[in-house]
Design a protein around this ligand. Structure first.
Ligand SMILES: Cc1ncc(COP(=O)(O)O)c(C=O)c1O
Length: 389
């Protein structure tokens, strides 16, 4: 076979997708696997959003749209930021993309090149380091600590800034830890970005899933250095529709739109109309999902308390718990990947190893799964771990 480009060899496949594949393979072979791996809501997309998509089809919104997305959607996104955070964005500050992932990809393409350093707090969402490396840049890891609930501190960020630093990525609420950033720390990090002329990429995909405190957006503090990314994927249970956005200074949006115009052109026309309905329609579906996540989180925390040797905190956001399982490592199981494999094969419960998020000692447990699955999954997890003691 002829050779591949070197850039492909510099990256690894998504760890979360790998678990999904392994669990699905076992299920296909008839094994009854409980999947606590999913990074997506188990709810269906709300009916009024699906209806908007049916209407869009009926009205033949099936042609190419503007490269940056339909104007109504871009205006709606800008309006929401202006309402919530007193910014003065217009449609020119918005690029609508095929999910937050593509927004982040185009940001990396537009900003990073060989020699650049990008500050990346650990734990990180799996795709950030790979996107940075694909552009020839270097992720510089910033440690946060389990005993502080993985909260990011501005002083730790400041200590890693060098003349090569191009950007800082902050994700709050965080996948996988569920940690959120404190308002005062975020303000200080934005000030660092302004002072050192860096980009602050702020991923707020889980902004609506908060169990303590209120969400804080980096756009509240600055709009010249801050790039905000979000999507309808988690908020409205729309992962498969592939619809997200970036909010940034208009010159950067134009640069990203150029890249998008030569890759996907734009997200699907139907998804754009569905997203418009999601953002402008009744929001009670979001609070209903939040209360169900809150209930499951309470159940899960109660169950985990009964597993001796597990260390964890109660995270304020997202729909994940990220306990430290290092107490269960032994002569055969040296890390979270081996532990996740053991749990999948011997206890038939799928969790995501912390390895892909940069933390070897932890596993990610998702509660974006039904109460019944959660109950059985926790029983299997407890038995599986206790067999290792
Ligand atoms: C932190 C974070 N950012 C971005 C994404 C990508 O979201 P989307 O489905 O909108 O592309 C995810 C998905 O899991 C995520 O967890």
């Amino acid at each position: 076979m002829s050779s591949f480009a070197a850039r492909v060899n510099s990256i690894t496949p998504s760890a979360t997708m790998a678990v999904k594949r392994a669990a699905e393979e076992l299920k296909r072979r008839g094994v009854d696997v409980i999947d606590l791996g999913p990074g997506e809501p188990d709810f269906s997309t709300p009916e009024h959003i699906k209806e908007a998509a049916r209407q869009a089809l009926a009205q033949n919104f099936t042609k190419y749209t503007a490269d940056s997305g339909i104007i109504e959607l871009r205006e709606t996104i800008a309006y929401r930021y202006n309402q919530n955070y007193k910014t003065d964005y217009t449609a020119e500050n918005i690029l609508v993309t095929s999910g937050a992932k593509q927004a982040l990809y185009h940001i990396s393409e537009a900003l990073f090149e060989t020699g650049d350093e990008v500050l990346l707090p650990v734990p990180y969402w799996v795709s950030y380091p790979e996107q940075i490396k694909l552009m020839g840049a270097t992720p510089v890891l910033i440690q946060t600590h389990a005993h502080e609930g993985f909260r990011l501190r501005a002083e730790t960020v400041a200590a890693q800034i060098t003349p090569r630093t191009k950007a800082i990525i902050v994700n709050s609420p965080n996948n996988p830890s569920g940690a959120t950033i404190e308002r005062s720390e975020l303000k200080k990090i934005v000030e660092l970005a302004v002072k050192h002329r860096l980009w602050l990429i702020y991923d707020e995909c889980y902004e609506k899933f908060l169990y303590e405190g209120a969400h804080v957006s980096a756009a509240e503090f600055d709009t010249q250095h801050v790039i905000t990314v979000s999507s309808v994927s988690k908020t409205y249970a729309m992962t498969g529709w592939r619809l997200g956005w970036a909010v940034a200074p208009k010159e950067l949006i134009q640069a990203m739109a150029k890249l998008q115009s030569h890759s996907t052109s734009h997200p699907t026309s139907i998804s754009q109309h569905a997203a418009l309905a999601a953002l402008t329609g009744d929001q009670s579906c979001v609070s209903a999902m939040l209360s169900e996540y809150r209930r499951r989180r309470g159940f899960l925390l109660g169950e985990l308390a009964q597993i001796k040797g597990l260390k964890y905190s109660a995270p304020p956001g997202a729909f994940y718990l990220f306990p430290d399982v290092s107490r269960f490592f032994n002569r055969e199981i040296h890390n979270s990947s081996e532990l996740a494999r053991y749990l999948l094969e011997r206890a038939q419960v799928a969790v995501v190893p912390g390895t892909g998020f940069g933390v070897e000692e932890c596993i990610r447990i998702s509660y974006a799964t039904s109460g019944e699955q959660l109950r059985e999954g926790l029983k299997r997890l407890r038995e599986g771990l206790q067999n290792l003691c």
